[in-house]
Design a protein around this ligand. Structure first.
Ligand SMILES: [Zn+2]
Length: 239
């Protein structure tokens, strides 16, 4: 089981660790990973590993067997042998953009308080699908509400509850399409805001910025009708 270092500190852009395993597909499993594996609508991280004079590009990162996190090279090449001390380095600008977008989608689910039926996070644009029979009357109003939460510079924090606690409170799950990450006995809860101003509290295993002010300027893109009841809302960076 790989230590998910990105959960303890999502701002780690580089870290030394050791190679724990090479998979049969030619992927590298590290003892500790700052690379986030594809899941929960957030794409896997890319970057590279170095050891001595060697370098291996990481095209993407996926979940493997038994809690392993697998770093995949773009093509077959030299891999660091098991036990090698390596430095892992993220494509930080991309990962940071994904953290901004991911946090922004939490806020979008606050300003559109409807069940989420799907979603995808990207470094340029992202989307959430809602069970929303009627389109929002005013797109600018949605953006104003979103910007108000960003401007409040709310703290984003996490904590853990047991799977039994989550089962006793099913309403905590907003995203119907993504099951909370289970299997480690505990569920990670992500909270936006604090004290009497908690605006969002839901299970999530992804990476987020520390404060909502760090999200920056966004715009709302298309709102597409997807089927009878669903609507797909796009968010873009406005840079
Ligand atoms: Zn999240």
């Amino acid at each position: 089981m790989t230590n998910q270092a990105f959960l303890d500190d999502p701002y780690l852009a580089s870290m030394e660790t050791e190679v724990a395993e090479i998979t049969t597909e030619g992927g590298v499993v590290l003892k500790d990973s700052i690379f986030y594996p594809t899941g929960g609508g957030q794409p896997g991280d890319n970057g590279y590993l170095t050891w001595g004079d060697n370098r291996m590009e990481v095209a993407t990162t996926i979940k493997g067997e038994g809690g392993a996190i697998v770093l995949l090279p773009p093509m077959a090449g030299s891999l660091p042998p098991v036990g090698t001390k390596v430095t892992q380095i993220l494509d930080w600008p991309r990962r940071h953009a994904l953290m901004q977008m991911h946090t922004a989608l939490h806020l979008l689910s606050v300003v559109i308080p409807l069940p989420v039926t799907g979603g995808a996070i990207g470094a340029e644009k992202s989307r959430l699908d809602f069970d929303m029979p009627d389109a929002p009357e005013d797109k600018n109003r949605v953006l104003d509400d979103l910007n108000a939460l960003i401007d409040q510079d709310l703290l984003v924090s996490d904590s853990w509850i047991s799977e039994a606690e989550l089962d006793a409170n099913p309403s905590l799950v907003k995203t119907m399409s993504v099951a909370p990450p289970r299997g480690r006995g505990k569920i990670r809860m992500v909270q936006i805001g604090e004290g009497d101003q908690i605006v969002d509290y839901q299970p999530c295993g992804g990476t987020h910025v520390l404060r909502t002010g760090e999200i920056g300027t966004l715009r709302i893109g298309k709102i597409e009708k997807k089927g009878q009841r669903n609507r797909r809302v796009y968010l873009h960076f406005d840079r």
